[in-house]
Design a protein around this ligand. Structure first.
Ligand code: GDP
Length: 366
């Protein structure tokens, strides 16, 4: 029998294991276009089923790219740059040239200068050891920057195949849909969703008679908060619109809760501003440090939300990290949740966040 692939996600169709990727009931195979049960439920009920696909399988699939002669387009989420970088990317791409694309620029405040942002992206890529031909900024959802990038892909690929890679949730499907819409006028050609891991298997989109653009599986990063929250909470923490930063003037001994998903204690330093860049739908709560432990114990999931009940069930325990912020304008990034900009720096803070979620300090993005 020829292998069949799902029209929605590209996974190989199988009829044996309902828990695994690409499952479709045997009766579905008789239809002209086959779609797996998971994509079927996503499309008709907006409901997502988890698939048992382990991380090694994803990496193995990406490894195949290093053997090709192609152009790589790597997408990162500008809102979660560190969280969405693929570790060891150069090993995965072999000697192929890479275009680095920062997606979701629409969530940043309009005042952000794009030249500065591009420079920032270039610098961060270099620091992460990524060797890139060029960087681009786009908003796949708002169709911004797509024309310029599409032209660059066309001239850089020199007739070769193109592989689009990225971690789950960076907007890869949205981006490829925008590309297809641009060239063929077809909307939503690939299933898109809020949910990590929707894209399974390589999807082959012909570019001309001899080359294709491949949508690759999203790499799962365990330090992305997205994996520890419910589908409902993921909608709340993923910014959909321009972020309205919230500024707090704090003294030593004060604490800020980010919903009930993380908290920042100001433990040492002079009176300072803390500018919070998070999804507008996460409520912030300021309190005294001496009351914070009790609040964390009794109010998370009640007064302090998100998390909802489902998130509480799967969220790892919190861990406390001490961060000494150097002088100057810095961001403290809680991967997947957002960041806090500290204009003068020179403070010591504690961040409490679910274990495994990456916390980092960087030179300020804005
Ligand atoms: P994939 O897992 O990388 O294929 O990501 P998707 O295309 O499914 O997108 C993941 C989430 O990010 C969805 O909630 C999208 O609506 C959202 N998204 C994708 N592109 C953009 C963008 O340019 N701006 C914003 N604000 N959201 C985006």
């Amino acid at each position: 029998m020829d292998t069949l692939t799902c029209m929605g996600c590209g996974a190989e169709i199988q009829t044996k294991d309902p828990e695994a990727a690409g499952y479709a009931p045997a009766s579905a195979l008789e239809r002209e276009t086959v779609i797996c049960k998971r994509c079927f439920r996503l499309k008709h009920y907006n409901e997502v089923q988890d698939v048992n696909y382990d991380d090694d399988d994803f990496l193995e699939m990406l490894h195949q790219i290093s053997d090709t002669d192609s152009l790589i387009v790597q997408l990162v989420d500008i809102f979660d740059f560190n969280g969405s970088l693929i570790p060891g990317m150069n090993r995965l791409t072999g000697n192929n040239p890479v275009l680095l694309v920062g997606n979701k620029t629409d969530v940043l405040p309009k005042s952000v200068n794009h030249n500065k942002l591009e420079k920032w992206l270039r610098r961060e890529a270099k620091q992460a050891g990524l060797n890139v031909e060029d960087v681009y900024l786009i908003s796949a959802a708002k169709n911004e920057g797509i024309d310029r990038l599409a032209e660059s892909i066309e001239s850089n690929r020199k007739g070769k195949d193109v592989y689009v890679v990225g971690t789950t949730n960076v907007g890869k499907s949205t981006f490829i849909n925008a590309l297809i819409d641009r060239s063929a006028g077809v909307k939503n050609a690939i299933t898109t969703s809020y949910f990590p891991g929707t894209t399974l298997g390589f999807i082959d989109i012909p570019l001309d008679d001899s080359s294709s653009l491949f949508d690759t599986p999203g790499v799962i990063q365990r330090h992305q908060l997205a994996h520890y929250v419910s589908d409902e909470d993921l909608k709340l923490i993923t910014p959909q619109k321009e972020i309205k930063p919230k500024t707090y003037q704090l003294n030593e001994g004060q604490t800020l809760f980010f919903g009930g998903l993380a908290r920042m204690d100001f433990v040492k330093g002079n009176h300072s501003s803390f500018v919070c860049y998070l999804s507008n739908r996460i409520p912030l709560h300021r309190t005294k440090l001496e009351k914070a432990d009790e609040l964390a114990e009794t109010k998370i999931g009640e007064m302090l939300t998100p998390p909802d009940e489902k998130t509480l069930d799967k969220m790892p325990e919190w861990e406390r990290q001490t961060l000494k912020i150097p002088e100057g304008k810095h961001d403290v990034v809680i991967s997947g949740l957002g960041w806090v900009m500290i204009p003068e720096g020179d403070v010591t803070i504690h961040i409490h966040a679910p274990k495994k979620v990456k916390i980092s300090i960087r030179e300020s993005l804005i």
